[in-house]
Write a protein that binds this ligand. Structure first.
Ligand SMILES: [Fe+2]
Length: 319
């Protein structure tokens, strides 16, 4: 059976400061700034894309920067994405533990976990970025090339891409049904309150973990929280077919939106999680050369005419 999605495309969160967000992701995590742009809806807000050297789908973390833009804090609870996880080679976990520790980013509440940090047999390091966005590094075999490395994060230790997201569903059986019955994911394993699903492609980058915590409060997305997870749809034709399947199941999709580097449609699945579907066309190089990705302010088409004013209004950010 044809698969609708090829795993995670990107994950998007709300960060507090452009400089802190940039420095953490490109410095501490050693990712590449793939695109510097602004919110498609609100041009006064930075939107920063990080990933591997070419910005492969499945490596991309994108953050909206709510600097000088009021937003209540994220509250962990049912109906929210609680973690985004990257993968790294198992031999690199000492390196990452030390590096995240030195950056003051290891999750203090995860100290106990750090002693027995296995999940489905893989070591897990938990951290918080400068905005408090909950992240993880999972030690696993991952054949993806990952980042070429930086001075501080050598190639052998570099993050290979996104590993998974963890969803604390309001109604776990509905979230699992959405992924398995509609998107053709499969249950890969169950560990305590965590059910791991995987897209047909399999491997790191294809995993969605669904938590069942019936006593948890209802959550609320906000500052320091993850807003949505996007999955890769291989073509526009598949996107049309998927829209039929999802709409036929009674779900309400947005229109197909031009995101300049790809096209996306959005929905909230029945367990309360925001999900996006994105294609791969035309890609990051439509407005920058591959070797200079992330070096210029690339504006969505509708903002281009106001470039000078927008540049002047954006919070200061040194690259
Ligand atoms: Fe997105």
């Amino acid at each position: 059976m044809m698969s609708w999605v090829q795993g995670i495309h990107h994950v998007t969160a709300a960060a507090t400061s452009a400089q802190g967000d940039h420095d953490f992701h490109t410095g501490t995590l050693g990712l590449r700034l793939v695109k510097r742009t602004v919110n498609h809806e609100t041009a006064d807000q930075w939107h920063l894309f990080y990933g591997d050297d070419v910005g492969n789908a499945g490596s991309i973390m994108t953050n909206f920067i709510f600097e000088d833009v009021p937003l209540p804090a994220y509250r962990r609870g049912r109906g929210t994405i609680t973690e985004v996880a990257y993968s790294a080679p198992p031999e690199s976990m000492q390196f990452w533990r030390r590096r995240l520790g030195e950056a003051g980013a290891l999750d203090a509440s995860g100290e106990e976990d750090q002693k027995a940090p296995e999940r489905f047999g893989d070591l897990v390091l938990r951290f918080r970025d400068r905005s408090g966005i909950p992240g993880e590094i999972v030690a696993c075999d991952d054949s993806r090339a990952g980042s070429a490395g930086t001075e501080e994060v050598p190639r052998e230790h570099s993050l290979r891409g996104l590993h998974s997201v963890t969803l604390l569903s309001r109604i776990p059986e509905l979230t699992i049904g959405f992924f398995c019955e509609l998107l053709r994911f499969q249950v890969a394993g169950v560990e305590g309150s965590r059910t791991r699903l995987r897209a047909p492609s399999g491997g790191p980058g294809s995993f969605v973990d669904v938590l069942d915590e019936p006593d948890a409060p209802w959550g609320r997305w906000g500052l320091g929280g993850i807003h949505h997870v996007a999955f890769t749809v291989p073509s526009r034709e598949t996107m049309e077919q998927l829209a039929r399947v999802l709409s036929g199941a009674g779900l309400i999709l947005t229109d197909l939106r031009d995101r300049k580097w790809f096209h996306s449609m959005y929905l909230t699945e029945p367990g309360g999680i925001n999900v996006e579907f994105s294609d791969l066309s035309p890609g990051w190089t439509i407005d920058e050369e591959p070797q200079s990705l992330g070096t210029t302010l690339c504006l969505p088409k509708q903002w281009e005419a106001q470039r000078a004013e927008i540049e002047a209004r954006l919070p200061v950010l040194e690259f």
